[in-house]
Write a protein that binds this ligand. Structure first.
Ligand code: G16
Length: 541
């Protein structure tokens, strides 16, 4: 009996019988060496997802972002650039865990359950970051796609946000609707550069002494370095930027990049830091960004996702007021449990905007942010963006039609601000341009930005445990429901520390449990963190 195309292809990508996989915070992540059967099966799922959506283009990205170079990962992107919907995350988990001989049957079951027309030709874009394991994994993914007769669009090496952008704009092109931007990599750069140059021109107008800021960007030795370098000539009159850690020497994310700088709270290697200079770090697939600088004593200072969110919210409020359209526009800033207590306080008490807390993972923040006309959402690790409701865009466009001399520039600034932001997903390069534009408007250096509020000392730790699934959370991951009795112990430790806060959650991208602690002083923070780590070890047994 001859094998079906799926069974024949599957025989080339056998799943080890006991292996168990789960679609986590940002798709599947693991050592690249064991990923072959996973990416093959994700190819099947992506093809099925495209069929379920009537042949719309679905995106697939091969990256493990902030993880070390030997890891890799894969995630699926919806046609408008959003993260895969939860129902399909479960289906992806189901397909990747099916026994080798059951794949055809599992796919047929899903097709029947969801009434998917299996005659539709699926269309899937494939991109990868710069990891050495990428090309072989793309080949396995494509094998899965071809087994279901998918039309494959190989977009090569891209940042994750570029893949989201391309997925969205290619679908818009296919449907012949309004294009978010030209559906090419060049279109992506042009859209961002155009809006940014206009914002800087507005910030510089009337200031004959205006000089573009100088910025040094740590590319994490990853895909973002090349992408940002491509952008530099298009914005050179607005920003004097250079890229370091571009992959020509060091390894990906090794002692550099946004995750290293945020978690270790120190300078990345490969960057010569001068007091007063301006620095930013991208992560391995350029969807996160943090800023940092050295003060006159060469002490490290971090401007993370919380600082970016507060900067963006304050600026937007300012421009809305100047444009005369603040009334009737709702603004919210969505954070996670990792948000520094001082940032939440600043948002609620000083800026007067709601700051709800969502679970880790930008898909959760994005969802909450949809409740506002302007939804700013950032994880403290620098992953986030700003989204705008249709109502907000209508108010803006109507305002531009009837604007008077005093409101026109502010309305135009808001319009360009909307265009400089990649609304499809958190995007380090787009966020960098947003920050630079705001700093130009405010004439701020990094220490002036930093002075808006003072972070509480904080610490992130990770603990390897035999089974991280034992750790389960509730209340936007701020409390443990399992192991039994552990949350009460954390509460006792926290209650003994001024401004103390701590939580424990299993990572969705690494095989570890994460611990977060903050308190009034550095010593109290470190002691609280260590005490909670000890609890994790005790309860993990
Ligand atoms: C991914 C997600 C982020 C999340 C981070 C850590 O980042 O996209 O939203 O904050 O993982 O998640 P966890 O604590 O569950 O491991 P990236 O940049 O690695 O894609």
């Amino acid at each position: 009996m001859s094998l079906s195309p799926v069974a024949a292809a599957s025989a080339r990508h056998p799943k080890p019988e006991t292996a168990v996989f789960e679609y986590g915070t940002a798709g599947f992540r693991m050592k690249a060496a064991i990923m072959d059967p996973v990416v093959f099966r994700v190819g099947l799922v992506a093809a099925l997802r495209s069929r379920a959506l009537g042949g719309k283009i679905v995106g697939t990205m091969i990256t493990a972002s902030h993880n070390p170079e030997p890891d890799n990962g894969v995630k699926i992107v919806e046609p408008l650039g959003e993260m895969l919907v939860p129902q399909w995350e479960s289906l992806a988990t189901r397909v990747t865990n099916a026994a080798n001989g059951d794949l055809d049957a599992v796919l047929a079951q899903i097709a029947a359950e969801l009434k998917i027309d299996m005659n539709i030709v699926p269309r899937v874009i494939v991109a990868r970051d710069t990891r050495p394991s990428g090309p072989a994994l793309v080949a396995s993914l494509v094998d899965g796609l071809r087994a279901l007769n998918a039309e494959v669009i190989d977009a090569g090496v891209l940042t994750t946000p570029q893949l989201h952008y391309l997925t969205r704009t290619r679908n818009e092109q296919l449907a012949n609707t309004h294009l978010y931007g030209q559906p090419t990599e060049d279109g992506y750069f042009d859209k961002l550069a155009h809006a940014f140059n206009k914002l800087i021109a507005s910030a510089a107008s009337g200031n004959p002494d205006f000089k573009p800021a100088s910025l040094s960007v740590d590319g994490a030795n990853g895909v973002g370095a090349g992408a940002f370098r491509t952008l530099i000539p298009r914005i050179s009159s607005s920003l004097a930027a250079e890229v370091v850690n571009d992959g020509s020497a060091g390894a990906l994310n090794d002692k550099c990049g946004a995750d290293f700088v945020k978690v270790q709270q120190t300078f990345p290697s490969g960057v010569t830091v001068r007091p007063g200079g301006r620095y930013a770090s991208l992560d391995g697939d350029a969807d996160r960004i943090v800023y940092f600088y050295a003060d006159q004593e060469s002490k490290f200072h971090l401007l993370d996702g919380d600082k970016i969110a507060t900067l963006a919210a304050a600026f937007l409020i300012d421009r809305l007021e100047a444009a005369g359209i603040r009334q009737g526009i709702t603004i919210g800033v969505v954070q996670t449990a990792y948000a520094n207590g001082s940032s939440t306080q600043y948002l609620e008490k000083v800026l007067g905007v709601p700051a709800p807390c969502a679970k880790t993972g930008v898909k959760h923040l994005h969802h909450e942010a949809l409740a506002y006309d302007i939804g700013v959402y950032f994880e403290a690790n620098g992953h986030g963006t700003v989204i705008f409701s249709d109502h907000m865009i209508q108010v803006l466009d109507a305002g531009l039609v009837s604007a008077n001399a005093s409101t026109r520039q502010a309305l135009q600034d808001l319009r360009n601000f909307v265009d400089v932001i990649n609304v499809t997903v958190g995007d380090a390069i787009s966020d960098l341009l947003m920050v630079e534009a705001i700093l130009a408007f405010k004439h701020w250096s990094l220490d002036q930005w930093d002075a808006q509020y003072t972070d509480l000392p904080n610490k992130q730790l990770k603990v390897e445990v035999p089974n991280r699934a034992l750790f389960q959370t509730t209340n936007a991951e701020r409390e443990l429901t399992s192991p039994a009795g552990m949350q009460a112990e954390i509460n006792k430790l926290v209650a003994a520390v001024p401004k103390g806060r701590s939580f424990v959650r299993p990572s969705g991208t690494e095989d570890v449990v994460r611990v977060y602690a903050e308190a009034e002083t550095r010593e109290q923070t470190d002691a609280l963190g260590q005490a909670v780590v000890a609890l994790v070890r005790q309860f993990a047994k």
